[in-house]
Design a protein around this ligand. Structure first.
Ligand code: ADP
Ligand code: MG
Length: 338
């Protein structure tokens, strides 16, 4: 008697959602990344009850054609890669084709989208694993994804939701991280109908200032270096600054917020001689590497990455920050002399 059976797709999606959609903020991250991958220049986020009741992301990006609309909600369906080669040099934020399918399996999702060459938009809704046929809808070119009542059908997961304010705080963190990496994109964040954050298209310095504090940027060392295929830009707190704005350490790799021991270590080493070892340097650093030099497919939410030549990256980041710190030290020493 056979005891092994294949799980139904809907359940497979719900299992995947356990990894990808840990909480409302993780769904928000997937939706924001999709909008950015669609080259949106304006993104509006509406949250209801910390994202528990509603997450709606509207963008003016490329949109999805009628033919692709239902497929977008299917697992392992993506427009971003089609071969192992593509995967190895992926330059989009998404590529696994499981974001929308996972979120849809644990919420009531509606997807409305219109491409630039389409006369009107199309809308599909997914509920408990069944997709309705696309219907014509009114919408400007771009996409709106609405995620309502997250985990309504997965009570075990729902129990782990924290208070509205905690879930909102997680959403706001995700929003800030994404917004930091895309200063030229205009963002609006509303919670329960009230505007929380409105970000115009601006320079990196202005965006970092707006989100991490103008004082931090004003007193920070600006970093902008390139060596061969590697480039780094951003801001690192001057060690002489006793109050370094908000205590924050942000690393981005190719526009993606990452938690990376190697990068954190390189920066800490760079500060070693100028900062008391118990103090933590504040920084927002944006590293660019060729897509094939970094593996982003090592973590379910892609917050960890693996560099193919980690030593070279470590050296580059260390020297970029260290040199910049050294220039201020010489300048300060010079000023002290005169
Ligand atoms: P992935 O992002 O890994 O491709 P998703 O499930 O998040 O997988 O999305 C599936 C597909 O739906 C994407 O590949 C993309 O073609 C399309 N899509 C999703 N969101 C948007 C959006 N906001 N604008 C345009 N296309 C989108
Ligand atoms: Mg995606």
């Amino acid at each position: 008697m056979s005891r092994i059976h294949r799980l139904p797709d809907h359940l497979v999606n719900q299992i995947a959602a356990g990894e990808v959609v840990e909480r409302p903020a993780s769904a928000l991250k997937e939706l924001l990344e999709n909008s950015l991958d669609a080259d949106a220049s304006r993104i509006t986020v509406d949250l209801g009850q910390g994202g528990i009741q509603l997450i709606r992301v509207n963008d003016d990006g490329n949109g999805i054609s009628q033919d692709d609309l239902s497929l977008a909600l299917h697992r392992h369906a993506t427009s971003k890669i089609s071969s192992l080669d593509d995967l190895e040099q992926v330059s989009t934020l998404g590529f696994r084709g499981e974001g929308l399918a996972s979120i849809a399996s644990v919420s009531r999702m509606t997807l409305v989208s219109r491409t630039a060459d389409s006369e009107h938009a199309w809308s599909v809704s997914a509920l408990d694993g069944t997709l309705e046929a696309p219907e014509p809808a009114a919408h400007a070119p771009g996409t709106t994804v609405e995620v309502a009542d997250i985990y309504f059908n997965t009570p075990a997961r729902r129990k782990f939701l924290k208070s509205e304010s905690t879930e909102f705080a997680h959403c706001a963190t995700v929003f800030e991280r994404v917004a930091l990496a895309y200063p030229h994109v205009e963002f609006l964040l509303r919670h329960n109908g009230r505007v929380v954050n409105r970000l115009p298209s601006e320079s990196l310095a202005d965006r970092v200032g707006r989100l991490l504090g103008k004082d931090f940027v004003a007193a920070a060392l600006d970093i902008d270096e390139a060596a061969g295929p590697l480039a780094i830009a951003g801001f690192a707190a001057s060690p002489s600054l006793s109050k370094a704005g908000r205590d924050a350490q942000y690393c981005f790799v190719n526009g993606r917020f990452v938690r990376d021991k190697l990068l954190a270590h390189a920066v800490r080493q760079a500060y070693r001689d100028v900062l008391h070892h118990e103090r933590q340097p504040c920084y927002a650093l944006f590293l660019r590497v060729p897509p094939e030099a970094v593996d982003v497919n090592v973590h379910p939410t892609k917050v960890e990455v693996r560099f193919r030549e980690s030593q070279a990256v470590h050296q580059f980041v260390f020297h970029a920050v260290n040199r910049r710190l050294a220039t201020t030290r010489t300048r300060e020493a010079g000023q002290a002399d005169t």
